[in-house]
Design a protein around this ligand. Structure first.
Ligand SMILES: Nc1ncnc2c1ncn2[C@@H]1O[C@H](COP(=O)(O)OP(=O)(O)OP(=O)(O)O)[C@@H](O)[C@H]1O
Length: 868
């Protein structure tokens, strides 16, 4: 009979659905929390104030509709708890969701939904952000942390497509795992998401897990859009316009479920995130296809935890579907409520808004009806079926479970009217009561002792340890496993087999009695052993105690020593502090010195830089000057070239004249022999050109008084035509530009008529300073010298040159002409003969083919010599 009863209890405990008899059960109100989001802009005005951890005050702004109707009447709303804008995700999770997860682990159902105006933070609260995850990822994390060591192998529990689960044995499960492995190898894609950073959130375990159960987690993710249910985890192509709409059905235990929904078995939090992100991705793709927005749909993520007890050996799951416990936690992110006339939506949006508002209104109506029924004991029909969302969660309100709601609110005044509606709904929802879930430990009802799995583990460890060589001397009794044997056989008494069943039962009971006796005996032996072990322990304990008291004495002495050391340490620390202070001062002083040094180094560098700059400027200037000098030298060369050309031209002219004269004389019968060429003339003139070879010039061009050339063979001489050489002036020829006349102190007066005279000149006897020639006025230089020739005649030479400024600021004299003045007596033969040598100049003698005219009046003769 006991077995029948336990069967009944098992059937009751399996699902969230409870029939009307639950009304008599303990009930809990729907727990409503409120979370305020931070204001987006500083200019936003808040219409809310938290006046206590549970009370919120709403003040209507002048722009609100309700202000027109009700004036500035403030409204107070009470919640289980209010989370201010600065509340963290962890805080919200700990207060709201952790108890639901604890319930789930213990086999209880839970429903959590976020409700609020669009943009009030529902999704932020439920899903969160990658680095600041919300309730959903935290739930997944903590569930897996808790059940990790007690998970069943994959496919041991398998959805039966009717909202229940089958249990497979290890071999079947392994076969399916292998098939899955093969599927993966043949290219099943991985949906891992980079946002999995959420997985790293550090969350501790939930306490109180039943260690004698094996667990498996299954998830589904559906979306309710325009009052149609879509499966977000369905395999296949991304959601298209032909969305397969799912229907809601009731299972054998009167639980509502989405028929044909994809339920994925999850083995780790990472797998769960993969599934969640796959759903999110499909949701976004679907919304893009449908041109919809995420806030326009309700999304429901359901975690189902299946647990079943392990057998008496503590190893495998008991292969009995009836022992399964299925608990579920549904996390619902409701679409944002809004007033259509405020958003001015049209077309598709208006339809969406209409559907959202309709489903939220249905939720409200259902809760109102429930509340009425609960308060007044009425039996009004609750219109769950009018909306998919209420239809799906009917069991939570009709059956057992914990229902929690987070009302998200944006405190800005703009949202006041919508927020007011949300608050009214929340107030009403908080009055609805839901039956407290009851959970029965199946194992105890069927006589299984707790700690089976632990015992099995210890047993296995001990057996493994015994196999180790160091344990061979140990006397261990692994003994019996304390179990009364297999399950009771079927106890259903029907007339035909009653005798047989009773017989079977008697045999079973006898076996159990004998087993009990054996166990008792074994227990007595073990008790005895335990007692002696305890005695040994007691003895050991006494020894330890005495040792302990001696150690205490030592400890006290040590403590005294430590105190003394501590005092010394304090004194040393004080001294150290003083030193540190000094060190800090010195460091400060050093750093100030360093700063000074750096400043000075900086100035030094600046000076250096300035100097470099100056140097560069000077170099540039100097280079300019050199370039100018070179330019000038080039000009001079060009000028010289021009003059040379002019001389050549004139030479040509003269040659032509000479030829003409020759012809003329020949006509007249004169036989006058002129030199044929300039080489015959022998007189050479050279311009001063640094590095150039002196060029030949006809002699008659070199002498100011040169007459027509006369042949030596010719007895008669004839005066030639005086030709003016523009370059070679005769006496008084110095032009008017600034001359420096450098003459010896005592010039011998010669009493000549052809006295060189230089106007605008400066006479110096000695060049003492550079300024004598290096100034802007001086451009010519003349050095006058007097010597005696071999005949004792006085010879005056004028070395003439151009003063050219140099780039260094000085001047150089380039000698380009020598004038010579010489007197001799016409009566002296020797003097006459030597007249030819007059054309000679120190080291550079010129031979003139023609002699100057031998006239008495022409006693003074001047010859020009171009010299370097
Ligand atoms: N408590 C909060 N702290 C910081 N930011 C928040 C908070 N609540 C909401 N937000 C921010 O506000 C914005 C809107 O939030 P969210 O998308 O969660 O609103 P919603 O109510 O889900 O909107 P909808 O109904 O349109 O989907 C997001 O950028 C989110 O990051």
């Amino acid at each position: 009979m006991k077995s029948v009863k336990s069967k009944q209890r098992l059937n009751e405990m399996r699902t969230p659905a409870r029939s009307k008899q639950n009304l008599a059960q303990d009930r809990d109100p729907v727990q409503v929390y409120c979370r305020l989001r931070p204001m987006q802009r500083e200019s936003d005005v808040s219409c809310m104030k938290i006046i206590s951890p549970t009370t919120l005050l709403l003040t209507p702004p002048a722009t609100a509709l309700s202000y027109r109707n009700e004036g500035s009447k403030t409204m107070k709303y009470t919640f289980k708890e209010i989370f201010p804008p600065e509340a963290s995700q962890q805080e919200v999770f700990d207060k709201v969701s952790l108890p639901l997860v604890e319930g789930l682990i213990k086999g209880k159902n839970g429903l959590l939904f976020t409700y609020g105006v669009t943009g009030s933070g529902k999704t932020f609260t439920m899903t969160g952000e990658p680095q600041n995850c919300g309730i959903l990822p935290r739930c997944l994390n903590i569930i897996f942390k808790t059940i990790n060591d007690f998970q069943a192998h994959k496919y041991v529990f398998k959805p039966d497509k009717m909202n229940m689960f089958d249990i497979q044995n290890e071999a079947e499960a392994m076969l399916e795992r292998q098939q899955e492995l093969h599927k993966f190898k043949t290219g099943k894609k991985n949906n891992s998401n980079p946002d999995l950073a959420m997985a790293s959130t550090d969350i501790t375990k939930v306490e109180g897990i039943n260690e004698d159960n094996q667990y498996a987690v299954f998830v589904t993710y559906v979306e309710i859009y325009n009052n149609s249910v879509f499966d977000l985890l369905e395999d296949g192509p991304p959601i298209s316009r032909n969305l397969p709409v799912k229907i809601i059905r009731e299972d054998a235990a009167h639980n509502m479920y989405v028929h044909g929904v994809t339920e994925i078995e999850i083995k780790s939090a990472e797998d769960a995130f993969d599934a969640f992100y796959l759903g999110l991705k499909r949701k976004r793709m679907a919304h893009t296809t449908l041109n919809a927005e995420s806030s326009r749909s309700h999304s429901v993520f359901t975690i189902r935890l299946v647990q079943a007890p392990v057998d008496e050996m503590g190893e495998a799951v008991i292969q009995n579907k009836k022992f399964l416990n299925i608990s579920q936690l549904s996390l619902v992110d409701l679409a944002g409520s809004e007033r259509t006339n405020r958003t001015k939506n049209t077309g598709q949006r208006l339809r969406e808004a209409g559907n959202i508002n309709k489903s939220l209104m249905t939720l409200r109506t259902c809760l109102e009806a429930l509340r009425e029924n609960q308060i007044n004991g009425a039996n009004n029909m609750v219109p769950y079926r009018e909306s998919k969302i209420t239809h799906l969660f009917k069991n939570f309100f009709e059956g057992e479970g914990q229902v929690r709601m987070i009302v998200c609110a944006n405190p800005r005044a703009e949202d006041y009217d919508e927020t007011l509606q949300v608050m009214r709904f929340a107030e009403m929802a908080a009055e609805v009561e839901v039956a407290k879930p009851q959970v029965i430990d199946v194992a105890t009802t069927i006589g299984l002792m707790s700690g089976r799995r632990k015992a099995n583990r210890l047993f296995t460890t001990a057996r493994d340890n015994m196999a180790r060589p160091e344990a061979k001397d140990l006397d261990l009794d692994l003994g019996l496993v304390y179990s009364l044997g297999p399950d009771f056989p079927s106890l259903e008494l029907n007339s035909s087999q009653a005798a047989h069943i009773i017989k079977e039962l008697m045999a079973h009971l006898e076996m159990r009695i004998s087993r009990r006796e054996t166990l008792k005996r074994s227990k007595a032996v073990k008790d005895e052993r335990l007692r002696s072990a305890l005695l040994d322990l007691e003895k050991e304990s006494l020894e330890v105690r005495s040792e302990n008291s001696s150690l205490r004495g030592q400890l006290a002495a040590s403590e005294r020593r430590i105190r003394a050391l501590e005092e010394r340490l304090t004194a040393t620390e004080n001294a150290s502090l003083t030193h540190q202070r000094k060190l800090a001062e010195m460091t400060e002083y050093t750093s100030s010195l360093k700063r000074d040094l750096q400043e000075k180094e900086y100035l030094l560098n600046q000076n250096k830089f300035e100097k470099e700059k100056q140097k560069k400027i000077l170099e540039r200037k100097y280079n300019h000057k050199i370039a100018a000098e070179q330019e000038k030298a080039k000009e001079i060369n060009t000028e010289k070239e021009r003059l040379r050309n002019a001389v050549e031209e004139k030479e040509n002219c003269l040659r032509k004249v000479k030829e003409a004269l020759n012809v003329d004389m020949a006509d007249r019968g004169d036989n006058f022999d002129y030199p044929r060429s300039t080489t015959e003339i022998g007189a050479q003139t050279s311009h001063f050109t640094p590095g150039s070879t002196p060029r030949a010039l006809p002699a008659h061009l070199l002498t100011p008084f040169s007459s027509a050339p006369q042949s030596r063979d010719t007895p008669t001489s004839r005066r030639g035509v005086a030709v003016a050489n523009p370059r070679h002036r005769r006496s008084l020829s110095a032009d008017g530009r600034g001359w420096v006349e450098h003459a010896p102190n005592k010039l011998v007066p010669m009493g000549t008529v052809m006295k060189p005279s230089m106007t605008n000149s400066k006479i110096v006897n000695k060049l003492t300073t550079v300024k004598d020639i290096a100034n802007s006025k001086t451009s010519k230089y003349c050095l006058i010298s007097q010597e005696q020739d071999t005949d004792g005649e006085l010879e005056t030479k004028l070395y003439k040159g151009d003063v050219v400024p140099t780039c260094g600021g000085g001047a150089q004299v380039i000698f380009n002409d020598v004038e010579m003045l010489k007197q001799f007596s016409p009566t002296r033969e020797s003097q006459r003969l030597s007249s030819n040598s007059c054309a000679r100049h120190s080291g550079k003698r010129r031979d003139t083919a023609s002699s100057p005219p031998q006239t008495p009046s022409n006693t003074s003769k001047k010859q020009r010599v171009d010299d370097e």
